[in-house]
Write a protein that binds this ligand. Sequence first.
Ligand code: GDD
Ligand code: MN
Length: 381
Amino acid sequence: IRPDRVRARLRGTIGELPVRTTPRQTIVVPTFNERENIATLLERLTAALPAGETEIVFVDDSTDDTPEVIRQVAEACPIPVTVHHRANGAGGLGGAVVEGMRLARGEWIVVMDADLQHPPEIVPDLVAAGARDGADLVVGSRYAGGGSRGGLSGGYRRIVSGGSTVVTKMLFRNSLSRVSDPMSGLFAIRASSLGVEELRPLGYKILLELVVRNRPGRIVEVPYSFQPRHAGESKSSMAEGVRFLKHLGMLRFGAQRSRMLMFGLIGVSGLLPNQAALWALNHLAGVHYLPAAVLANMVAVGWNFALTDTLLYRSRRSHRSFSGRFSRFFLLGNADLLLRIPLLALLVGGAHLGVLWANLVTLMISFVARFLISDKVIYRA
Ligand code: GDD
Ligand code: MN
């Protein structure tokens, strides 16, 4: 059944009369190479939900034939199913979910994974709980009474998951006061409370994005037990972990301030090679502290460039060639010696501060200036 065609036909027969086309619920399912899970997922959703009041929207970023498998299985499925295959995968899982929310026509939008870690049978309970309690958001929770995270395999994953939940709840104490499982990928939201344009999804934690930026009214939770994966393997990775930290920074501090935070962390990490090289040259090799500071600075600039270019501005690298970026960064990192060397001479020669302490003070002063020039000039967006 193609709802768009049905609607077109209805419009043809009854002219411009308004036709009720709003389903009770749209199930949005993000998929990345999940071909083996589709049949079981649709089977169990069909058994759990009234076909006439439901639609299912898959948003797919697969590199395999998952979209074809979905279309094929959907032919025999009484619930209308659409597949939207994205070309660029922007925003990862979260970007896919938001895309699905744009396409959804249901009164309620239910988001769930394709791998059956979220039991399809719980979907009607989510919507019913939201309607009964007049809620905008219903979170499927592994931590609420009666829920469990049995399917979270391995001690390592449990620790990472539990730890990031605690840290996240601390960072967003107010928004998350009534959410025990902000990392959940299973939830239902009342479509009328959704502000899709405000969302800036980045990676896995779309529920967190939604709660923090959309500030839904009443939030309730429904416990469920997280199941083992049906088939295939998890798509989360180390890179996804880094993306999550970036997402946390963006949500909590905003884009510019989290870049400055990262620039600062990289800068602080550069203190180590800087001080070590200064100590080796000045103390061990007996080089005068001023030329030693100049050489130590170059070591640190190389270190900072490597980290800044790969971790912080990876996505902006294409604006300029490698040699263009490196030469500007190197020039900036050494230009600050014009400020730092006289200052250093003043602090050591005049104020009789120790060489390493004086070096540290001058580094702090040049930090803000270098951030602004990097952010606004070298890696201008
Ligand atoms: N479209 C799209 N694009 N879908 C994706 C992408 C992507 O880049 N990455 C993953 N998915 C889909 C998968 O195909 C699956 O249907 C769902 O998103 C969840 O991916 P998994 O790889 O199975 O995630 P997980 O089991 O490690 O994590 C899930 O459970 C966590 C709770 O422990 C997610 O729901 C997390 O958000 C949740 O925190
Ligand atoms: Mn999974």
